[in-house]
Design a protein around this ligand. Structure first.
Ligand code: 8X3
Length: 256
């Protein structure tokens, strides 16, 4: 009898880095639980992964809704232990300077990037610990490690996600759960910049103007998959990845 597959939960799995991570983890043999708000996208991804031989489960979820997250955790407990949680759901809103930024944007970013990670991690920690070999991934950002002009609310929120990862690693020391933080720099996805600029496609595209090869969602997913498949005693505390054209948050080589 072949062993039961290890189970991975990916939040924000409907697009971008989340969907790419789900693909990579399914390919690596995980039973992948796809969680996100947009269920029709999850269904399409589930169909694709199942056709490729993967085992997936779809679960509609808003990570900022604590009651929904608790119900999600209760539903999962019935089935199997959780080995990997990838806290990917997140995003940016706006690039206004601090002096004039909209507090509503900041609140939304804090809710999804910080409280969302807190909600899902708290709810799944018992199942991750019970697995005897759990991994929590926090997809933060280079915005969680340093600031830049116009980054304001996103930088603040991602510093919050970084703080969760650092604190949790200390608090769980001695338990069979490792905490991995992956901090990507410039990644070109269909939605990240578009959402940030409230649907303004021109401004969204300008972010990547002249940049030879921004990272792709799959570049990040590859890194997540690599990190979570290291032997259990190996903890990749923090991994920063950027495109070669980006030397820092504010130094980007553009060929224009
Ligand atoms: C995305 C990186 O540079 O837009 O997390 O903050 S950046």
């Amino acid at each position: 009898m072949s062993p039961r597959p290890r189970t991975a939960v990916v939040t924000g799995a409907s697009s971008g880095i989340g969907a790419a991570t789900a693909r990579r983890l399914a390919d690596a043999g995980f039973h992948v639980i796809l969680a996100a708000r947009r269920v029709e996208r999850l269904d399409a991804l589930a169909k694709e992964l199942t056709a490729a031989g993967g085992t997936v489960t779809v679960y509609p979820l808003d990570v900022t809704d604590r009651a929904a997250v608790d119900a999600f955790a209760a539903a999962l407990d019935v089935h199997s232990p959780i080995h990997v949680l990838v806290n990917n759901a997140g995003g940016a809103l706006g690039t206004d300077p601090v002096a004039i930024a909209d507090p509503a944007d900041w609140r939304t970013m804090y809710e999804v990037n910080v409280i969302g990670v807190l909600n899902v991690t708290q709810a799944l920690l018992p199942a991750l610990t019970a697995s005897g070999d759990g991994t929590v991934v926090v997809l933060s950002s280079t915005a969680g490690l340093g600031t830049y002009e116009g980054g304001g609310g996103y930088v603040a929120a991602k510093h919050g996600a970084h703080a969760i990862a650092e604190t949790l690693r200390l608090e769980l020391n001695g338990q069979p759960v490792r905490i991995i933080e992956i901090a990507p720099g410039m990644v070109r996805t269909d939605e990240f910049s578009l959402n940030r600029f409230h649907g303004d496609a021109e401004r969204a595209a300008a972010v990547y103007a002249g940049v030879a090869e921004p990272l792709t969602a799959d570049d990040v997913a590859d890194t997540v998959s690599w990190a979570v498949t290291r032997p259990s005693h190996v903890n990749v505390d923090l991994l920063v990845l950027r495109p070669r054209a980006q030397a820092s948050n504010t130094k980007v080589h553009r060929e224009l």
